[in-house]
Design a protein around this ligand. Structure first.
Ligand SMILES: *Cc1c(COP(=O)(O)O)cnc(C)c1O
Length: 235
C-alpha cells in the first residue's frame, strides 16, 4: 500500500528533479551534474523515510543537534548526512562521525578543529567554505574579501580536510534578482580563485539554491542545491 504521504513525497521529489533538470539544460549542463540535498529540518520522521524510499539519499540539517537526533532515529536508512548550518567548535567532535560533508565551514579555527578531529579518527572530512556574499549581518560565513589565496594555502595545509568548493545563501530581500546576483558573485569568486588555487584545494562544488531560488542557482552554476519545503510541503 502506498500512503498519501508517500504519494505526495514522490510527486514533490519528481517535480523538484524535473525543475532541476530543466534548469540544468537551460544552462547547458547535464542534470546528473547537480546533487540534491534534501533539507529535513522541518520534516517528520515518516516523511523523511518516504523521501529516502523514493530515492533521495543525501539529507541535510542546519543544526548540529537536530542532525544528531535525526541521524540516530534514521540510523537504519542508507543515507548520507550533510551539515549545512553553523557549527560551533564544541559540537564538532560529535558531529564529525555522522556527516559526509560540512557545507558551512566559516573560519580557519573551525577548519583546524575539524582537521584535528578527522586526523584523530583516521579519516578525511569533505567541506565547503561558506561565504557571506550578501553581507547580511545575521549570516555566517567568510566575507568575500577574506576568501583569498593565502586562506586557501592555509586550508590546503590541513591534510585531513578536503576543501571541495564554496557555499552561500542568497539575500532574504530583493527576490530572485538579488538571489541571482548573489549566486553569480559566488561563482565569480570561485572563478577568480581557480587559477591560483593550491593543488590540495578543490573548488568544483558550488552549494547554492533553496526551494525558492534553486532554478536561478543552477542557472548560475550550482552543483548542489539544498531543498526542504518544496520536497516536504503539502500543496
Ligand atoms: C532551511 C535551509 C535550506 C532549505 O530551505 P527551504 O526553503 O525549505 O528549501 C537550505 N539551506 C540552508 C542553509 C537552510 O538552513
Amino acid at each position: 500500500m502506498v500512503s498519501d504521504l508517500q504519494k505526495r513525497i514522490r510527486q514533490n521529489l519528481a517535480e523538484v528533479r524535473e525543475r532541476m533538470a530543466q534548469a540544468a539544460r537551460r544552462s547547458g549542463r547535464s542534470p546528473e551534474s547537480i546533487q540534491l540535498v534534501a533539507v529535513t529540518k522541518f520534516a517528520e520522521e515518516e516523511a523523511i523515510r518516504a523521501l529516502v524510499e523514493a530515492g533521495c539519499t543525501i539529507l541535510g540539517e542546519s543544526r548540529p543537534q537536530q542532525l544528531w537526533e535525526k541521524a540516530a532515529a534514521l540510523a537504519d536508512l542508507p543515507v548520507r548526512w550533510h551539515l549545512i548550518g553553523h557549527l560551533q567548535r564544541n559540537k564538532a567532535k560529535r558531529t564529525l562521525p555522522l556527516v559526509d560533508m560540512i557545507h558551512s565551514v566559516d573560519s580557519l579555527e573551525l577548519a583546524g578543529t575539524l582537521n584535528r578531529l578527522a586526523e584523530g579518527s583516521g579519516r578525511r572530512v569533505r567541506v565547503l567554505l561558506e561565504v557571506n556574499v550578501s553581507g547580511e549581518a545575521a549570516k555566517h560565513g567568510f566575507a568575500p574579501a577574506e576568501v583569498v589565496v593565502p586562506l586557501l594555502l592555509d586550508l590546503g595545509r590541513l591534510s585531513h580536510l578536503e576543501v571541495c568548493g564554496l557555499m552561500c545563501m542568497a539575500s532574504l530581500e530583493g527576490g530572485l534578482d538579488a538571489a541571482r546576483r548573489d549566486f553569480a558573485a559566488l561563482r565569480e569568486l570561485r572563478d577568480r580563485l581557480w587559477a591560483d588555487c593550491p593543488e590540495t584545494v578543490r573548488l568544483d562544488e558550488l552549494s547554492m539554491g533553496m526551494s525558492g531560488d534553486f532554478e536561478v542557482a543552477i542557472e548560475e552554476g550550482a552543483t548542489m542545491v539544498r531543498i526542504g519545503s518544496a520536497l516536504f510541503e503539502e500543496r
